[in-house]
Design a binder for this molecule. Structure first.
Ligand code: SAH
Ligand code: MG
Length: 217
């Protein structure tokens, strides 16, 4: 056996490129104790979101689906002090846990949770537009609706990103119209085909579909 610095190649990649501080490392285990399911993005996806937000100099970010605030903290940490991060969350327990985590992360001034069904919060969110980055990670059947919103409200040069673009490994299958995975499949086709976007997949975690909003001409 050759000598190893890390137990395996995956641990190596994660440890070198997506180290978590104590707050992020403990966040989902602690949230789980409060009944929140462990379905956040992983550290590598969090780091990718953070990097992408910084790469475009994002100042205003909108997220669909907070859970416990894990992805939101990676994203909000990419913002300048006068930045703004808004997340839309329907579950009151998730919203409360997320608020507490933003406070603990020292992000209370820039990160806010809007509680309610995302579809019902869209008019209020539109009033905050334009956004530099929209991150879609709530109910999968609504991905096409959230994409429509993002296409109208993300500035040229901004990013539209969706998590779970692999539809839990089912994105290539023939899907029934009422299957929530169908929403992701439709989303992927639309971002890939839209001439206003340049899109690709980052196949980390559950896959991030990343779309750059191109300049008008
Ligand atoms: N982005 C989080 C994970 C989100 S999990 C992270 O990676 O850390 C999906 C979240 O979307 C759950 O908290 C769920 O309650 C919320 N959600 C589901 N349907 C929603 C809706 N219609 N509007 C707003 N939030 C919704
Ligand atoms: Mg997700």
């Amino acid at each position: 056996m050759p000598e190893a610095l890390y137990p395996d190649i995956d641990t190596y990649r994660r440890s070198v490129f997506a180290p978590e501080d104590d707050l992020l490392r403990d966040l989902m285990p602690k949230a789980q104790e409060k009944g929140v399911p462990r379905i956040s993005v992983n550290a590598e996806s969090g780091k990718a979101l953070h990097l992408l937000a910084r790469a475009i100099g994002a100042k205003k970010i909108l997220e669909f689906g907070a859970l416990a605030g894990y992805s939101g903290i990676w994203l909000a940490r990419a913002l300048p002090k006068d930045g703004r991060f808004i997340t839309l969350e329907v579950n009151p327990t998730h919203a409360a846990v997320t608020r507490a985590n933003y406070q603990a992360a020292g992000l209370g001034d820039i990160a806010e949770v809007w509680e309610g069904k995302a579809s019902e919060l869209l008019p209020k969110a539109a009033a905050e537009a334009p956004f530099d980055l929209v991150f879609i990670d709530a109910d999968k059947e609504s991905y096409p609706t959230y994409l429509e919103f993002a296409l109208q409200h993300v500035r040229p040069g901004g990013l539209i990103i969706a998590d779970n673009a692999d539809a839990h490994g089912r994105a290539h299958e023939v899907l029934e119209p009422d299957d929530s995975a169908k929403g992701i499949q439709t989303y992927n086709e639309r971002v890939a085909d839209n001439p206003r976007l340049c899109s690709t997949i980052l196949p980390i975690g559950g896959w991030l579909a990343v779309s750059l909003v191109l300049p008008e001409d």
